[in-house]
Write a protein that binds this ligand. Structure first.
Ligand code: CP
Length: 276
């Protein structure tokens, strides 16, 4: 059966079916191929304009969306909250509502899922551990929705203050003991502490956090040799993950960045109306 795409937006992955997620990943496969050609551009969105509007600071996502649009031959306009009227106190009610209601990072969830599928050749049956600041993470939510729909087992790990029991409602397992989870994980996805979203202290200190939840070299010995190490970035080296592990042979962190381009090309292409 051919999956049809009829969406003009992608606010989150919660509402996507497994077929729709697979369609994005398969479309991204095709666009990744385009990136290996001498001429890396296709005319798919010629005549269209992409307006990038970023409310929060971003490096990877902003550059990736911009390059994705350029590779699809679209025109691009970038607006950021810091340089727009938002910085003068003007509110964008609808934007705020959308952010609050969805609180997801859908393209990050898709590119993480794509990277896992590329490396492991499947998602179904894998055990994925998402470790760190879950409460304030948009990445965690989008990963949970995509991975669960494609049949993975997801365990969330973090300090109890940053990992409320409520997350169990999403069909995941919750653990406050990283050492018990690492030995059975096929993938570990480390998340940074999102201080910018926190209005109080959620744990005693960075040293305590590293001791209890950091992926240190000693702790990494618990991992299976083929366990993938992921991080959406930006990385706080030496906090949620040891710097050498972030650059080591189990790390697919740079693949995530590369795959982000193909996945965002796929999302823009599908939502741009060409395939609808
Ligand atoms: N992973 C991610 O969203 O990174 P940026 O904040 O740099 O966009």
């Amino acid at each position: 059966m051919t999956t049809r795409w009829s969406r003009k937006d992608l606010l989150g992955l919660r509402e996507l079916s497994a077929d729709e997620i697979n369609l994005v990943l398969d479309t991204a496969d095709a666009f990744k191929q385009v990136g290996t050609r001498e001429i890396k551009k296709v005319p798919a969105l010629r005549g269209k304009t992409l307006v990038n509007f970023f409310v929060e600071p971003s490096t990877r996502t902003r550059i990736s969306f911009e390059l994705a649009a350029v590779r699809l031959s679209a025109d691009v306009i970038n607006i950021s909250a810091a340089t727009s009227s938002l910085s003068k106190g003007e509110t964008l009610k609808d934007t705020a509502k959308i952010l609050e209601a969805n609180h997801e990072h859908p393209t990050q969830g898709l590119l993480d899922t794509y990277t896992i599928r590329e490396k492991k050749k499947r998602i179904e049956g894998l055990h994925v551990a998402i470790i760190g600041d879950i409460l304030f993470s948009r990445v965690a939510r989008s990963n949970i929705f995509a991975l669960k729909k494609l049949g993975a087992r997801v365990t969330l790990v973090g300090p109890s203050t940053l990992l409320p029991r409520d997350f169990e409602k999403l069909g995941v397992t919750i653990s406050y003991n990283i050492d018990e989870v690492l030995p059975t994980a096929d993938v570990v996805n480390l998340l940074r502490i999102q201080h910018e979203r926190q209005r109080k202290e959620y744990f005693p200190g960075i040293g305590e956090y590293i001791k209890l939840f950091g992926l240190t070299k000693e702790r990494a010995k618990l991992l299976k040799p083929d366990c993938l190490i992921m991080h959406p970035g930006p990385i706080n080296r030496g906090v949620e993950i040891d710097s050498e592990l972030a650059d080591g042979n189990q790390s697919v962190i740079l693949d995530q960045v590369t795959n982000g381009l193909a996945v965002r090309m796929a999302v823009l292409y599908l939502c741009g109306g060409i395939a609808a």
